[in-house]
Design a protein around this ligand. Sequence first.
Ligand SMILES: [Zn+2]
Length: 183
Amino acid sequence: MAENNELKRTLDYALHGTPELKREEKRIWLGEFRERVILGLPLEQSLYREALKYVEDALADNMAEMLIVNNRIPMEIMANYMQLAKKMNKEYKSMAMDNNDAMGVVVASRSAVDRHEVVPQVKMLPENYRNLHHNCLCANHLQEVNELAPEYADEFKKITFGDKMMGIKCSICQKEEDGGPLM
Ligand SMILES: [Zn+2]
């Protein structure tokens, strides 16, 4: 009998990893097993506005059931994730983690999904396209952002004739002009 238990334990370890490893694994994936993870973003990347797009895409996955956020993320950024979970109608929770290798954000299922790549490299907007006052661009800059970061192209729009009449200028050119001599 004791032998049977031993065998079962050996098999369990072989199939699912040792309990020790599992515990380590859960510390990285904000309390979840790696096999249930759809998306994980390291803490630093979770702080970028660009990360929201990745998280939203992951939450749209049929298997996605919850969004888990590391407690170390500042409140104002956490609020964005909270809103996103609500919008996507998924469970939201935050986890207090004391280990530095813990993810910042995890999107997970309640069952194994066994995804291979779950930590994408978050592609950032080019520096001068970040933190703009508005998202209207001239044709040249719209084309530029389309080439540099096509995945964000839909966040910008071309200035219309109406915009021009209202005195709205391209977010980028305007900025450049501001730095130059007054006309
Ligand atoms: Zn421009």
